[in-house]
Structures are given as C-alpha cells and as structure tokens.
Design a protein around this ligand. Sequence first.
Ligand SMILES: Cc1cc2nc3c(=O)[nH]c(=O)nc-3n(C[C@H](O)[C@H](O)[C@H](O)COP(=O)(O)O)c2cc1C
Length: 193
Amino acid sequence: MSSNKPRIGLVVSTTRATRFADKPTNWLRAIAEERDDIDVEIVDLRDYPMPFFEEAMSPGYSPSTDPAAQAWAKTMAGLDGYVFITAEYNHSIPAVLKNALDHAYPEYGKKPAAFLGYGGVGGARAVQQLRLILNELQMATLKFAVHINANEMLPLMKNEKGFGDFPYLADAAKLMLDDLVWWARALKQARAA
Ligand SMILES: Cc1cc2nc3c(=O)[nH]c(=O)nc-3n(C[C@H](O)[C@H](O)[C@H](O)COP(=O)(O)O)c2cc1C
C-alpha cells in the first residue's frame, strides 16, 4: 500500500562477513520502525554487489550499465531520505560505500542524509568525509548523528553489553530521526512542487 510518509533508507555501508554493522542497524531499525511518521527500508550494500566503477561516463550524465548498480540507483531513487550507517576505515568511509555512491547521481538529489557512525571515535572522521561526498551528490547533509565510540562498540561487539546500557544513544537516535523527518517531509514536498 502506498503511503505519504517519507520513506527512509537505512544504508548498511560495510559488507564483511563478520561485520559489526548488523548490530547498530538492527538497533536503529527497531527505533525507526516504532515511529508512525516514516516508512523504513534497509538498504544493505551486500545486496548490491557492483563492480568497481568503470563506466564510460559519470552517472551524472548517463546511468550505470551494471545491473547491480542500476538496482542500487532504483532503490535510492525510491527513498525520501537516508541514514548512512557507516564504519570508519582508515579515517574515511568504507570503499564499498564510496564505490556504490559513485554508481548513481540524480537519484540522490535534494534528499536529506543523516548518519550513524561507529569506530574508535564514533566514526566521526568517516562521517565528516561522507558529508563532503554527499554534498557533491546534492544531498542535504544533516547535523545530528549517532556516534558509537570504542567504549560502547567493544562491549557491544563482545556481547558484554547491550544498547540499553547506553541510553544516550537512543536519545541521539531520536534527535537524528526527528530532524531527518522534518527535512525529508520538507524536501519531498518541494521536489513534488
Ligand atoms: C580496513 C579497516 C580499517 C579500519 N580503520 C579504522 C579507523 O580508521 N578508525 C576506526 O575507528 N576504526 C577503524 N577500523 C576498525 C573498525 O572500526 C572495526 O573493525 C569495525 O568493526 C568495522 O566495521 P564493520 O565491522 O561493519 O566492517 C578499521 C577496520 C578495518 C577493517
């Protein structure tokens, strides 16, 4: 059934077999799905196994010819806003995420992006770099984010603690989603006008 609610994609940005990404994704998904003001979709890069970008032209000018990249572009086109759930690899974003981002362009335009970063310093360096990249892709990058740092990530990883042990993370997620919904609604209306 179609809905007027903004459709928000939670983009899972790492693909390693033993990735930590699933823990914050499942946690955030549960929080997002409790809300009645958005529809939520998981966008897992594992489901879009595209090759390294080798197209003749930027997708800004011509769509990618790769089927997985086309599927990614279609999914991103159908969403009104994104939360990028990202690790920090060598102080930047995972290469698989950058590659996926390079494989589309108009599909992202004039849509808001928020962030959940994890790593030693909460994925903060990766998130900052991601903001710069998304700005070039004409997304509206938002201030509020969830940052899961080493003090939380390591006990979560080892199943010594759960997200409930760090209640301020849920507070941060609410602030982030509230702001994302505001922007997603406003930009959805503006795109339609
Ligand atoms: C290639 C690589 C580079 C990494 N570089 C960083 C880094 O710069 N900063 C950081 O906080 N953690 C770094 N880490 C540790 C990651 O935070 C940790 O492995 C995390 O679980 C990765 O996310 P994933 O499990 O979803 O792949 C790195 C991990 C990998 C595999």
